[in-house]
Design a protein around this ligand. Structure first.
Ligand SMILES: [Zn+2]
Length: 408
């Protein structure tokens, strides 16, 4: 029997026979799962790791939230979908723009295509910043935990989401924001029975707490209970992440920052280079807008290749690539990055000017992401893929391929 399928960004996806769920656990460094499983906090996950499919996959660069969420729902890298960061620099106006608007999206989503083919689709995201991108041209349910009290059938495909879930509206900086996403997913499966669901959490816990800590284990234990419930309801589930997470501190636990704008002002003259940190978004309290990735716009008289070598020789810098090389290696849209892409090492973050970062909100030693050191993420499914190629470079954006094409 021929099963129906949709074609999206050059890949084919079968319409599901059972509810298919992809979960993006924001900031899920693989060690969070390993530690929680080892300490007995994730009995469902322990079982799935034994009977299902699991690999360490690569996320896309920069290892930030928006580019990776969009890669997961388009099945393609940023070169295809266009979302190169949480923010974008517009050289024409000299301003930084949020990339929350679907006008920046250059590719259709798998979610919209499945809905177009007649599937019931539901999307729940923790922060509202992702909602419009994930829900682009989607006929179905799409709302955020952050604004679950404001849903309407016309805008979000569902009235009264808050009452449906039955939890209090969570604070945007809380573990409860992510729990709300899981609780909503379980409620939706029991009520409107979507055939395809995408759940995307927030990395509030991961920014503060290391793998194996009591707080992290409690978070993963919570998640485990909801995932088990989704499986009992008959769902095929893939769990992946938008990026990993690492400590970014010196020995005294202070943030280990290279202030790139200050350095380039010193080398080239004040304000001649423009350092852009695409981790920046309206929710910076927990990371002070410090991550391990930056892009730099340069005036035409500066030799980008020479500057790349000079910068690349600095301690703490992992790699510096000129635009074309960065676009090729990191699958980025060349027209949405600067003349240089700068990636810092595992325990180092990149800032612009020291005076521009408010670190007063950091109440725990800095943990962040953005670099190659946060590229490894879990990709796990509660179904066994026979002859899984463990040597292949799996990506987080293979998650829908797994649940739709390889769930058996
Ligand atoms: Zn994230």
């Amino acid at each position: 029997m021929e099963s129906r399928s949709v074609e999206v960004n050059g890949r084919s996806y079968r319409l599901p026979e059972r509810p298919a769920v992809v979960v993006c656990v924001d900031g899920c460094e693989p060690d969070y799962i390993a530690q929680a499983v080892a300490a007995g906090h994730m009995p469902w996950m322990k079982d799935v790791l034994a009977r299902g499919s699991a690999v360490i996959a690569d996320c896309v660069m920069p290892s930030f939230t928006n580019p990776n969420n969009l890669s997961i729902v388009t099945g393609a890298p940023p070169a295809v979908h266009g979302i190169s960061g949480n923010t974008l620099f517009d050289p024409a106006s000299g301003t930084e723009l949020m990339m929350n608007d679907p006008k920046w999206l250059r590719a259709p989503t798998i979610l919209a295509a499945l809905a177009g083919a007649g599937c019931q689709v539901a999307v729940v995201t923790a922060k509202d910043k992702l909602r419009r991108l994930l829900g682009h041209e989607l006929r179905g349910i799409c709302f955020s935990a952050e604004k679950a009290d404001q849903t309407t059938r016309a805008e979000h495909g569902i009235d009264g989401a808050l009452a449906l879930v039955g939890l209090a509206l969570p604070d945007v900086y809380s573990a409860a924001l992510s729990e709300f996403v899981f609780a909503a997913g379980v409620r939706l499966v029991h009520t409107s029975r979507p055939q395809v669901m995408y759940l995307s959490t927030t990395d509030y816990v991961q920014h503060k707490h290391a793998p194996g800590s009591a707080e992290a284990n409690a978070f993963y234990a919570m998640m485990d209970r909801y995932l088990a419930e989704l499986e009992r309801a008959g769902c095929v589930i893939a769990v992946t992440a938008d990026h990993g997470m690492n400590a970014k501190t010196r020995l005294d636990a202070s943030p280990n920052v290279i202030y790139l704008q200050d350095l380039l002002d010193q080398w080239l003259g004040h304000g001649r280079a423009r350092v852009i940190l695409p981790i920046t978004d309206p929710y910076v309290v927990h990371h002070g807008a410090l991550g391990s990735y930056a892009t730099v716009y340069l005036p035409p008289d500066v030799d980008a290749a020479a500057l790349a070598s000079r910068l690349g020789a600095r301690r703490g810098i992992e790699t510096v690539l000129p635009r074309a090389a960065a676009a090729a290696r990191f699958e980025l849209p060349a027209d949405r990055i600067g003349e240089l892409v700068v990636v810092s090492e595992h325990s180092v973050v990149l800032g612009s000017s020291a005076t521009k970062h408010d670190l007063s909100g950091l109440d725990a030693p800095l943990r962040s992401h953005g670099g190659l050191s946060e590229q490894q993420v879990p990709l796990i499914m509660n179904r066994r893929i026979e002859n899984l190629d463990a040597n292949r470079r799996w990506r987080n954006f293979d998650a829908f391929d797994w649940v739709l094409n390889h769930a058996g």
